[in-house]
Design a binder for this molecule. Sequence first.
Ligand SMILES: [Zn+2]
Length: 420
Amino acid sequence: MNGKLIPHTPLAVDFWQVRKCPHVRLFFLSHMHSDHTVSLTSTWANRPIYCSPVTATLLKLKLQVRERWIHPLEVGEPNMLPLDDIGKERLTVTLMDANHCPGAVMFLFQGYFGTILYTGDFRYTPSMLREPCLRTNTTIDVLYLDNTNCDPTRTLPSRQRATQQIKEIIRSQPKHNVVIGLYTLGKESLLVQLAMEFKTWIEVSIERLKTLQALELPDVFTTEPGAGRIRAVDQSEIRSSNLLRWNREHPTLAILPTSRPLVSFHPNVHVVPYSDHSSYQELEDFVSALQPTSLVPIVGRLTSGIPSFSALLPRRKHHEVLVPESVRHYMKGRPELQVQDPGQSSFLGYSNLLRRPIRPPPPRGVVFESPAKAPSRPGSVVDEAWETGSMEHPHQEEEMDTEMDADKDGEDSDCILMDL
Ligand SMILES: [Zn+2]
């Protein structure tokens, strides 16, 4: 799982375990990869989810989250959101294209806590620094950085270069069918480029076609078996038994576009370092240009700093965060009891609750109280610690979920790929 609670705020990004964060009131989704939606299901309720318009479409399509809780925000525009019940404190959030997968965005949060840039998963391009909200010499107090490829010993080619490499592999075997192993979302533009280059349909599953249709991509995809030379499949399908079966029917090669340091043990399986995450050099360029006061890696167990980048950070005094009283009150609220209208500057239900005392329904039989619905106790040690950021967040104990589980694959004798 690659989500974070933002200390001293009622904000969370890609973090969906509500029982572990009763103080969070605004949830942000950077993109629809499964390691960023752990615990987000169709039963989600009572808390608004903010995301890009494309992610909003995919969230409804793939996870069946109710539309009522999904609040798409325009990319590139500053959006104002309430941070309390009385319309006093507000947050400005600006979404920027993360150059990762369809709908993926970075979030720039500005408010009483200073300025926070949360990259989510991203592939850096210099044009990001020309985004209006980053061009204005804004001081970034905290940069949450996608450190997936933060290894100085590894270099990665550009996606254009990796695409060339893939085209050369396909061209070198003109009689072979091609199977490309992908996640459920991402690298669609690679498929479109290959369809154009080799003038072929791309065969996909019905499930993937629904996603591609929602993304309104060029009409190069089909579910008809054998209609095209290239087929997109799930990464987990690239295994020796399938290779054997495919090659019995027709000479077939497989391509795995990924930045994971995999080694193929099959002559017909080609691992190409096509990455939707920034390379080490790109991360260094990004951090050098932004000069954030502090850095928090998003992936893994590190809670602060990336040692190899510490020399790039200016010696600036850290922004001291004082949580306003109205926000503290907001963080102790119970969204289940309120009628939310995030289009307004306040939550309408709160004023009604003030006027009308809440009477619990008469108990019938044995009543179990869900921990998620338990009211926060005034002065609770856990609540206070979360609010002040002095407690390690529970999600840091979670095992990191990746888009492809290496351990599971390693256990399978059918596997022909190995992590370095
Ligand atoms: Zn991702």
